[in-house]
Design a protein around this ligand. Sequence first.
Ligand code: ADP
Ligand code: MG
Length: 370
Amino acid sequence: MPAGLQRLELLARGYAVAAVKADREGRIDEAVANYRRAIEVLRKIVRLYPDNPLVGVYQNIMAQYERRLQQLEKIGVPATPREAEQLEEWVVTEKPRVTFSDIADLEHAKQAIREAIIYPVKRPDLFPLGWPRGILLYGPPGCGKTMLAAAVANEIDGFFFNVDAASVMSKWLGEAERKVKMLFDKARQAASRGKPAIIFIDEIDALLGVHESEVGGEVRVRNQFLKEMDGLQDKSSRIHVYVIGATNKPWKLDEPFIRRFQKRIYIPPPNRKARLEVFKLYTRKLSLAGDVDLEKLAELTEGYSASDIRDIVMEAHLRTIRELFESGNGQGEPRPIEMRDFLEAIKSRKPSITREMIELYVKWNERFRG
Ligand SMILES: Nc1ncnc2c1ncn2[C@@H]1O[C@H](COP(=O)(O)OP(=O)(O)O)[C@@H](O)[C@H]1O
Ligand SMILES: [Mg+2]
């Protein structure tokens, strides 16, 4: 990272921390001044380093500070402790509708998740040595990690906390480690009612990666997080709190962190059989012409992720709909999807998983599989 950028980030962070602290303690003028300074510095960073991968995060933070500034300037009221409220936001009350049966293949992963959570909940006495509280899902993008974790909320009767690392970074700026503690407190509290509590952290590398910048306080979040995960290991505890993390880039995680995720599940790119399943799953509700050969399509899509295949099916379908609108006024039904529609869609889309990528996972697997 350029030294100038690092300096600016530190500066922004300093102002942000001061702003949030003053805000919380009701020192409005001081909060306003510091939010303004933080915004100014962040704006400068965005202008000077437009290619920085965190630009989106900064803009998000800036927007939040602007909003808070407006509130403070308009009403001049101190921030009320809104933490409880914010935590409620993370608890998924409306459960995602996806279930394990909506996910093609990945039987080993579904079974591993079931076993890792359901068995110890039902019979903790069978696990005198304890059981893993951390489950890491890793593998190439678009192959079902996020989907699996979302489905867990439906498959397992418990409380589900969904935390997205990137947005968390912006939300928690200046008070990150406190929020992590609260998240775990809340999960423990929920789990004390006898059902498991599952904390799902997507793109966990963004929150805890070793090479990230300091502006979002990642290092401190990470340390707090490790501490909380250690707290879960208490063997005498019958409180079931689990952490499921998902990442496309497991190599960005460092060893102390990896160690806490004792159960590591590789979510591989779909093989031919799995690709066939994905094609079947997504064409189930569509009308296909007689010449469509899904086996052949599965064979042709080596290197394509499940997400790519879903997009290919959508594109093939879209071709028929486009025709309907172009050759008429969109009345009636589109023609069935033909093999050529799929072939064109495949041609216009590169596979998102490369051999080099797979090699990285294989190497990581050799070291850390668990
Ligand atoms: N195994 C799968 N079965 C069916 N659809 C899948 C599968 N994996 C991915 N998809 C599709 O691709 C989209 C992105 O998948 P996601 O779970 O977000 O991937 P990841 O988290 O591994 O990057 C999903 O919303 C779903 O539509
Ligand atoms: Mg994902």
